[in-house]
Design a protein around this ligand. Structure first.
Ligand code: NAD
Length: 364
């Protein structure tokens, strides 16, 4: 079996615990990984004065593949999102998030099998902003007034929502290519083009153009985001591959995770042409950090996606099978899942759940 060098960014909060759990499970899967640990996040900021050292970017570039724990982003003030910076610097333009029912995880449905393809580099999420009262905000307000496009109150903070033809084309093409490669039948594009004609409208127009190129091979439909949310909650089985602009994809990811058992089990990946960074959907969960009660499944399933990417399909399949077995047995599950299933009983600690998973893997 080949050895692989992978950058590991444990991140903040529960990332420290879930990353350690993930490493143990990957080791038990039989995959041969050399971990190169790199720092980023709020704790890194306190020690090194930067939340994203150049050495961390270099480490990801060197290994081309990384897995990261979540990183705390201060709300409202403070440093800008390290996740956004990492995605931008490495041009990780795809955020890929499979949402699949896991029997025993307490999901609302047992037939969810969809894939979220979220654009990862544009939209309001790009973080292009002008503070209320700043010179930039003042000039923009003046420009908007003069343009006749509308008016903005003088005491407004402003966030810009750029959506480009290039950015949309490549994410929608990725969604269709993913569908073809994985035998999926339909791509749904989600938008609010009725209101935002020049950003979401562009997204929808380009999505339709790309869909034409795949006509007869992959079906296509478009949904307005509010109606999409209702349809998703009422019958998630109707969706297959769903492609979103950045912000709607962010929100829909948590919504969809909530349908299958919660953030504790939702994996993901940020993928670009040259690099891939795997990470769970959830954040650093400061409310439960350091208590050994976080659910590491999401990061462990993100590692399974990483192993697929590295061509270690057998190790990835073993991890998924072991997770499925531990959830189906239901004896050793963390508190979030016990609450979701309504099973009650003593929740397993993060370390106990991990040990159980390792035991099952060694038995398989
Ligand atoms: P969160 O995802 O950290 O937590 C939301 C809720 O889900 C909390 O109650 C938490 O305890 C629970 N939860 C999350 N993951 C869990 C797990 N693995 N096991 C059990 N319970 C889990 O969202 P938040 O509280 O809004 O954000 C906290 C911080 O994380 C913020 O600074 C935010 O910016 C950051 N964040 C980072 C990423 C990332 O690095 N990719 C993603 C989302 C949020």
């Amino acid at each position: 079996m080949a050895r692989h060098s992978v950058t590991l960014i444990p991140g903040d909060g529960i990332g420290v615990e879930t990353s350690a759990a993930m490493q143990q499970v990957v080791a038990a899967s039989g995959a041969q990984i050399d971990w190169e640990v790199a720092e980023a996040g709020a704790a890194c900021m306190d020690i090194h004065g930067t939340p994203l050292p150049d050495s961390t970017i270099e480490a990801v570039k060197r290994n081309k593949v990384a897995i990261k724990g979540p990183i705390t982003t201060p709300v409202g003030t403070g440093f800008r999102s390290v996740n956004v910076a990492l995605r931008k610097t490495l041009d990780l333009y795809v955020c890929l998030r499979p949402v699949i029912s896991l029997p025993g995880a307490g999901g609302r449905y047992d037939d969810v099998d969809l894939v979220i393809v979220r654009e990862n580099s544009e939209d309001l999420y790009a973080g292009i902003e002008f503070e209320e009262g700043s010179e930039g905000a003042r000039r923009l307000i003046e420009f908007v007034d003069e343009s006749g496009a509308g008016s903005i109150r003088p005491d407004s903070g402003i966030s810009i929502k750029p959506i480009s033809v290039t950015g949309t084309r490549r994410i929608v093409e990725y969604a269709f290519e993913y569908a073809l490669k994985h035998g999926r039948e339909k791509v749904t594009a989600v938008h609010k083009a009725n209101i935002m004609k020049h950003s979401d409208g562009l997204f929808l127009r380009v999505a339709r153009e790309v869909a034409e190129e795949y006509a007869g091979r992959v079906a296509f439909e478009a949904k307005i985001v509010d109606a999409f949310c209702m349809s998703l909650v009422m019958d998630p089985s109707q969706f297959d591959v769903v492609v979103f602009p950045n912000l709607y994809g962010d929100i829909a990811s948590d919504l969809a995770a909530g349908l299958v058992g919660g953030l504790g089990i939702a994996p993901g990946a940020n993928i670009g042409k040259d690099y891939a960074v795997f990470e769970a959907v959830h954040g650093s969960a400061p409310d439960i950090a350091g208590k050994d009660i976080a659910n590491p499944t999401a990061e462990i399933l993100s590692a399974a996606m990483m192993l697929d990417h590295l061509g270690e399909l057998e190790a990835a399949a073993r991890i998924r099978a072991a997770v499925a077995r531990v959830y189906a047995e239901g004896r050793c599950l963390t508190g979030d899942i016990r609450r979701a299933t309504g099973l009650g009983g003593e929740p397993a600690r993060c370390s106990e759940f991990t040990a159980e998973l390792v035991r099952v893997l060694e038995e398989m």
